[in-house]
Design a protein around this ligand. Structure first.
Ligand code: COA
Length: 380
């Protein structure tokens, strides 16, 4: 048989463009990010998470009546089904919160009378339901594993405030509510990243929204993706004190395989614009809570990494970690919080993918043997 030429392989699909999209634009060379053409800086400053959900699902910013309606839709979709609550309650207390979220996302399909309705309206309703239910799942798990009953959502509260309320059992102050709302805006969407691509691959088989989102949660869990924010706080806690930052980092970086969580990015080769906003929130939250130590350590790390021969810059996970930590949130729910936000982006991509669908099926370069002599059982 004639030798096949080795194809050009794009390991990790790096640099491969596989589709058109209107949802998100990232310019990694200059650190710019847009949702439907609006800069992340404007969205972070002026928009609530609900406005961003509308933008992602409908492709336009809502007017007052539309915003009122989507808020109403989200409140109406709250209320954890008993089946989902039972799954969370019966899980071992040692379960990882992202595993609970993934399982609960899948269970939501069982409590939807038409889980495979892929019409425009069907997908919109499922997207709203998933966005509304994710914070409830995370909050219920957070409370149940601590021996407390879940707290019913408060219909008077917006999405971010209600999430904090369901976690802690008291209405959040204005600063905490704004910080959470902005964090949700910043994490809502990010192009064809690993979890979103997973969702699109599943959607492209014409499977349903729940399957796509369940798969996406599994992808987000990994430490090279959304799991990095948990790694960041572990790093800060391990270092412990600002005076130890430089020696700790120098020591770790001796090992060429060491990965500093919250640094580096496949697309951004400069500072991630979301990290710029979150850095301000980390500082502000530290000042409000009377402890700027974690922020100071973070800025020290940022400066040291910038000065390296091959500089690396913080990504979205770096300053979100110290911000959440100072808000009194435990590290094990940092990645679930990412999912609480990103579920809107996943849903938007499922809709876009199915609106101009093409099955996603890359090729592979086979490097094994062929035409091997088949051995009988006694010869193996
Ligand atoms: N710590 C130490 N070195 C890092 C690094 C990090 N966080 N991120 C990248 N590098 C180095 C690699 O070792 C490699 O060095 P080399 O060229 O000398 O071999 C170079 O930078 C390129 O890294 P590579 O892994 O090829 O880039 P990638 O595009 O495949 O990886 C990430 C992107 C995000 C997976 C990677 O930066 C990473 O592991 N970051 C830490 C996890 C994280 O924060 N993830 C959240 C992303 S939002």
């Amino acid at each position: 048989m004639a030798e096949q030429a080795t194809p050009q392989i794009a390991y990790g699909l790096q640099g491969v463009v596989i589709d058109d999209t209107r949802i998100c634009k990232i310019d990694g060379g200059i650190g710019k990010l847009y949702y439907y053409g609006y800069s992340i800086e404007d969205l972070a400053e002026h928009c609530s998470y609900e406005e961003v959900v509308y933008l992602l699902l409908k492709g336009k910013l809502p007017n007052e009546a539309e915003l009122k309606q989507i808020k109403k839709d989200l409140v109406a979709a709250r209320g954890l089904p008993y089946g989902v609550r039972d799954v969370i309650k019966s899980a071992p207390k040692t379960s990882i919160p992202m595993d609970i979220l993934r399982t609960a996302a899948s269970t939501l399909a069982l409590t939807d009378p038409s889980p495979n309705d892929n019409t425009d309206e069907g997908r919109y309703q499922k997207a709203i339901r998933l966005v509304a239910q994710f914070p409830e799942i995370v909050a219920a798990d957070y409370r149940l594993r601590r021996g407390h009953e879940p707290i019913a959502p408060d219909p008077e509260l917006d999405h971010a405030s209600n999430f904090l309320y369901m976690l802690h059992g008291e209405r959040p102050g204005a600063d905490a509510a704004r910080t959470m709302d902005c964090a949700l805006v910043l994490h809502a969407e990010h192009g064809f990243n690993a979890s979103t691509f997973t969702a699109r691959v599943i959607a492209a088989t014409l499977s349903d929204m729940y399957s796509a989102v369940t798969g996406a949660v599994g992808a987000l869990k990994g430490p090279l993706h959304g799991g990095a924010n948990e790694g960041v706080i572990k790093t800060l806690l391990d270092i412990g004190e600002p005076a130890r930052v430089e020696s700790w980092l120098n020591d770790k970086l001796q090992d060429k395989s060491f990965r500093l969580m919250g640094f580096g990015h496949r697309v951004y080769k400069v500072l991630d614009p979301r990290a710029i906003v979150l850095k301000k929130y980390s500082k502000k939250t530290g000042e409000e809570r009377g402890t700027t130590k974690w922020y100071e350590m973070s800025t020290q790390i940022e400066e040291l990494m910038k000065k390296r021969e091959k500089p690396l810059y913080p990504n979205v996970d770096f300053y979100s970690a110290s911000t959440y930590f100072m808000m009194g949130l435990p590290p094990e729910i940092f990645t679930p919080i990412f999912a609480v936000s990103r579920v809107a982006g996943w849903a938007a991509h499922v809709i876009e993918q199915q609106n101009h669908n093409k099955l996603i099926r890359p090729g592979a370069h086979y490097i094994g043997e062929i035409d091997r002599k088949f051995p009988a059982m006694s010869e193996r």
